[in-house]
Design a protein around this ligand. Sequence first.
Ligand SMILES: Nc1ncnc2c1ncn2[C@@H]1O[C@H](COP(=O)(O)OP(=O)(O)O)[C@@H](O)[C@H]1O
Ligand SMILES: N[C@@H](CCOP(=O)(O)O)C(=O)O
Length: 319
Amino acid sequence: MAVYTQVSAEALADFLSGFNVGALVSAKGIAEGVENSNYLVDTDRDRFILTLYEKRVAAGDLPFFLDLLDHVAAKGLPVPPAVPDLQDRVIHELQGRPACLIRFLTGVSVSHPSAAQAEAAASALGRLHGAVGDFTGERPNTMGVEAWRPLFERCGRALDQIAPGLHDDLAEAIDHVVARWPGDALDRSVIHADLFPDNVLMLGEAVTGLIDFYFACTDIRAYDLAIMHTAWSFRGDGRGYDAGVGDALLRGYETHFPLSAAERAHFTTLASGACIRFALSRAWDWLNTPADALVTRKDPLAYMRRLHHYDPVLATRTA
Ligand SMILES: Nc1ncnc2c1ncn2[C@@H]1O[C@H](COP(=O)(O)OP(=O)(O)O)[C@@H](O)[C@H]1O
Ligand SMILES: N[C@@H](CCOP(=O)(O)O)C(=O)O
């Protein structure tokens, strides 16, 4: 459960009085998510998500994320814009945290996506990449290829507390993948950068929401699909690659963006990089999540197993 900051009913009612959204009826901390504190808020008029930005979201980046959501929503994609208050402000402060009131979208995130659901979700990613073609905002990827070594070094030898050998395994993987990283050889774009199944809301096989744009940034466009491939095509523990789902992702995406020969040639490297990125952030969180935070930490080793699927050369100690 991701609630790092508690908001009392009184503080929330006071906060909502600055909006034209009706009066508070109920509020519950949301079980999913690891980055921010999220509450499901019902008023006597409507339902909202209240997000307090916590760990990796810098307040200075919020205008980029919110402008991006407005841009993409205006193109007809199902993304949740922030709700303005009575003075037309969308970024607030609550309990000392940056906070936004977000429009609620219906749908559920699937735990075990079928090939048809994966195809629909990847098709939505392709539409998203089409919609950002004329978006002028830019944001460097703070979790991109240049960030891996510094984060690895901040984790240090404590990585071996998670699994013996993890430190050396990751060091070798970073050297191997960074040396092969395509860099400027591939098209760049604004990307979502975290389109896991829990960030896609669905009803049956229809996508009803793309959420959680708080890692969105400018990076290699096909890297977004590679991230999705690592997140959708395996069981939660990182075992059991499902080729039906993996192929469906490529098929769905290519209805909007056929991959170039270069993107195909580099896809395994992009996916391996995604595995390093999520293994590292999960490892850092594993070692540093406050004991009193209501959050379920995610397993870094599940991402090492995925890495070994894409790059069997790296399959060594922690497999
Ligand atoms: N706009 C929204 N509409 C409906 N549910 C949402 C919305 N935003 C977030 N949620 C719910 O809250 C959960 C956590 O949100 P998310 O943005 O993924 O959190 P975090 O940033 O902590 O990862 C989601 O899995 C989803 O259940
Ligand atoms: N998707 C990442 C963690 C980021 O959390 P999210 O809840 O914002 O998607 C992972 O699984 O490691």
